[in-house]
Design a protein around this ligand. Sequence first.
Ligand code: ATP
Length: 362
Amino acid sequence: MGTEVRVEGLTKSFGAQQIWQDVTLTLPAGEVSVLLGPSGTGKTVFLKSLIGLLKPERGQVLVDGVDMVNSRERDVMEARKLFGLMFQDGALFGSMSLFDNIAFPLREHTGKKESEIRRIVMERIDVVGLLGAEGKLPGEISGGMRKRAGLARALVLDPQIILCDEPDSGLDPVRTAFLSQLLIDLNTQIDATMLIVTHNLDIAATVPDNMGMLYRRNLVTFGPREALLTSEDPVIAQFLTAGRHGPIGMSEEKDAATLAAEAANSPPGDESSRPSLVPQLAPSPGLGPRAAVARRRERVLGMLDHLPPAARTAIEESYALEPTAVLPGGTTGGTTVGAPVGTTDGTTGGSTGGTTGKGGAR
Ligand SMILES: Nc1ncnc2c1ncn2[C@@H]1O[C@H](COP(=O)(O)OP(=O)(O)OP(=O)(O)O)[C@@H](O)[C@H]1O
């Protein structure tokens, strides 16, 4: 099973520019999480901070007993081997064949024989559907194929944690749908903890177990997918409906006067364009169930009391709970127990079931 990643009070600046502050969340072991956020809110900086490539000024990132921010560089380097990284552009070496690109981490970081490297590389190439293309150069294949090659390379060291930075960028909707299925299938096959940064609302609606959003230098929310997809927080609602009406502006956040004028003059965003709470993608036939599903069910049912009513109802419906069923923690399904803590970020107070930190659902 994948490794949990616990982020506590993380704060990062570049000079006078604060990127985000006091970010606290837990990526539950073996589950898939998505991080959303307007451009420039520091999602890539966050991924780089998780693996210790960037050093936040405050906070911790705990991975298998190592603090990726504050531990000795030797320990950070060792813990980094638990990660597989897929960057936006695939980050492939242009002069190397796909085979050599994918073999690169094995040749760099292991003493494996070439025959063993070939076996592993061809297995991963098969998983991402690139058999037959292994001899091609990155410049000779499509953007979608390059992304899948990047994913295959992220997999060769058997990562327990996979970080994907905008895996869908530049892909058409059909390729994006295939990619979504591939991510779920991968999670089924290797049970790794996954964090996907994306702007794509179809991926957000169908792939993750958990979702979070960065905005205005803060983590607006992080928790079960149902919490974000049903959220009435204006920032989240605007992002999910891809509307111009709301706090998010073209370059910076809109000021109060602009917001007031807009509220007076323009209609609200079209709620019907918000991704509906469709069921999460299931693994492809023949792969069996995702191990994360049962673990997540237990975890999420244990935190129901701390979620807003809409999220709670959505979770109960998705698990088809009997109204009188007794849930972990002794609460009763189908009734709203405990008022949601209506923070401005739309998350809730308290924290249970493997999530940590402020905001409860984080
Ligand atoms: N090494 C660096 N030095 C200085 N500033 C940086 C560095 N890396 C990133 N930044 C700044 O941090 C901010 C956040 O960048 P980041 O790439 O993480 O945003 P993002 O949310 O991933 O954006 P997008 O969705 O457009 O990819 C930007 O203003 C960027 O210029």
